[in-house]
Design a protein around this ligand. Structure first.
Ligand SMILES: *[C@@H]1O[C@H](CO)[C@@H](O)[C@H](O)[C@H]1NC(C)=O
Ligand SMILES: *[C@@H]1O[C@H](CO)[C@@H](O)[C@H](O)[C@H]1NC(C)=O
Ligand SMILES: *[C@@H]1O[C@H](CO)[C@@H](O)[C@H](O)[C@H]1NC(C)=O
Length: 492
């Protein structure tokens, strides 16, 4: 972590007079760059950097032709270099906090004097150095060496979001404390800064908006460790449990969807998967759940929790909303009917979201002009052209969040009338057939009866004729016979 820290060199005075003293702060282990005072032109000079005073050991030098030399002394062991006349000291040791003298000599050299540059110690500490869980105590301190006979510099910290705090910081860590803290040392209104980094374990904050899905769109329920956190760091903090819960509605008890088996290989175990799939390789820190298509019952809150043995938890709650198109009075209509289409989730949409309708190409509404459409469409009289696939897209400024579809079937009105006519005609024909059949049956019955009666009559007449022949009673018998025959005939 300390490697990241770059000490920043600042020259506190730019006075060019003899014996001018400049101060720069650096931390042990860091690199310090000792620069010639601003505005110095050393081009024509012999430049030399010496230790302690003008007569001290020469650490590095350059002649007017550009040839550089650095000390071969054991103590500096290759830690020194010269770059554009600045002396660069790597891997600063505690004994390096001394005075460095820059001298420019030569006939054409304008800097006839020397400059003392004091390297002062800045001590920055972070406790603990290891990653923290939210709620853990974090202490930061910053101390700067004071030049003898001078006022001590003012010191404060800037937190990762730039807020100013005291010289000594002790806080219960929150995720906002994660990142670079900067110690600012102010001396003679010049600032020296030193950065340290603090790691607080956390999850990416849940999206501000719900995740929107639909039956024709995918579903992703995000939960990820912050990018700077490794699984090893989570394990080092004694992770106890990682799980997903689903709360379909506020007040209902949560259903456990998945839990992570923490033994290697780290894998998800489904309790009740609801068709969701965890992103593979949870050790990479992506604990999200996905499905290709949303379902109507996906609506609800999904809670991803990491519980540690010390009682700390990291959690993130993702709300899922399902976009749907509702058609009133239904999806099968007859042209001329009124149609209401509503695109939504069941609650009013946040004001920064808007919907866009994509009606079927041949629809009368295909030229919905503006970019933003009402969530509720009313078509006073649908035409057959309005049949087909309607899509409703949910947009947040320039990003489409999801889209829902519905297929409408619209029957032409004329065919209904035709249907009515065809039905009526069929009914009439059937009735006529029945009537004809009945009449035919009755006629047939009558004929049979008549035939039967006629037969009876014939027998009767023959009998009478025969009797008549035998009795010779001409007159009375003949008239009786006639009468009988007549009656017989009349009856039939
Ligand atoms: C986690 O995985 C999901 C699904 O693959 C992806 O959309 C998301 O961007 C990933 N998150 C991170 C932080 O990589
Ligand atoms: C989620 O985390 C917060 C803060 O860490 C904690 O107060 C809360 O109880 C946690 N919720 C759950 C369900 O674990
Ligand atoms: C359509 O909505 C309007 C009001 O917005 C309502 O008066 C009408 O009855 C609705 N029609 C149908 C078929 O639902």
């Amino acid at each position: 972590m300390r490697n990241v820290i770059q000490s920043v060199v600042l020259l506190l005075t730019t006075l060019m007079s003899t014996g001018a003293v400049e101060v720069i702060y650096a931390q042990v282990g860091e690199t310090a760059t000792l620069k010639p005072p601003v505005g110095t032109n050393l081009q024509e000079c012999y430049v030399s950097w010496r230790l302690d005073n003008k007569e001290g050991h020469e650490l590095a030098g350059r002649n007017p032709f550009g040839k550089k030399t650095t000390t071969t002394s054991e103590a500096w062991n290759g830690r020194l270099s010269l770059s554009k006349d600045s002396l660069i000291i790597k891997d600063i040791r505690p004994e390096d906090f001394r005075t460095f003298v820059l001298e420019g000599t030569g006939d054409k050299c304008l800097l006839a004097a020397y400059v003392d540059i004091k390297l002062l110690k800045l001590t920055v500490s972070v406790n603990p150095l290891s990653p923290l869980l939210p709620g853990d105590e974090l202490s930061l301190s910053c101390d700067a060496q004071t030049l003898q006979g001078k006022k001590s510099p003012k010191i404060h910290w800037l937190n990762p979001s730039g807020g100013k705090t005291e010289k000594l910081v002790t806080v219960r860590a929150t995720i906002q404390d994660n990142g670079h803290w900067t110690c600012v040392v102010t001396n003679d209104s010049k600032e020296n800064k030193a950065k340290v980094s603090v790691t607080v374990l956390g999850l990416y904050p849940a999206p501000l908006h719900p995740q929107y899905t639909s039956r024709s769109g995918p579903l992703t329920i995000p939960c990820s460790l912050l990018a700077h956190i490794s699984w090893e760091q989570i394990k080092a903090k004694d992770i106890q449990e990682v799980h997903w819960h689903f709360v379909p509605e506020a007040g209902l008890s949560p259903q456990r969807l998945f839990s992570l088996s923490l033994e290697d290989p780290v894998t998800w175990k489904a309790d009740q998967d609801r068709g969701l799939q965890p992103v593979p390789n949870p050790k990479k820190g992506n604990l999200s759940l996905t499905r290709n298509r949303g379902r109507e019952d996906d609506k609800g809150d999904y809670v991803c929790t990491l519980a540690f043995k010390n009682g700390a938890t990291l959690n993130s709650t993702v709300r899922v909303e399902v976009l749907q198109i509702i058609s009133s009075p239904g999806t099968e209509l007859i042209s001329g009917q009124q149609l209401n289409l509503t695109c939504g989730t069941g609650h009013p949409l946040p004001s920064d979201l808007h919907v866009k309708w994509v009606p079927p190409k041949q629809s009368s509404l295909s030229s919905l002009t503006s970019d933003r459409h009402p969530a509720h469409l009313t078509i006073p009289e649908v035409g057959t052209g309005d049949g087909g696939k309607w899509r409703c897209e949910l947009w947040q400024s320039n990003a489409q969040l999801t889209s829902a579809e519905i297929t409408l079937k619209i029957e032409p009105k004329i065919s209904v009338w035709m249907l009515v006519v065809i039905c009526s005609v069929t009914a009439i024909v059937i009735l006529l057939l029945i009537l004809v059949f009945i009449l035919y049956r009755r006629r047939k019955q009558k004929m049979t009866l008549l035939r039967r009666r006629l037969c009876q009559c014939k027998t009767y007449v023959t009998t009478i004729s025969w009797t008549h022949e035998i009795t010779q009673d001409t007159h009375s018998q003949s008239s009786a016979l006639k009468l009988l025959a007549t009656r017989c005939f009349v009856e039939k």
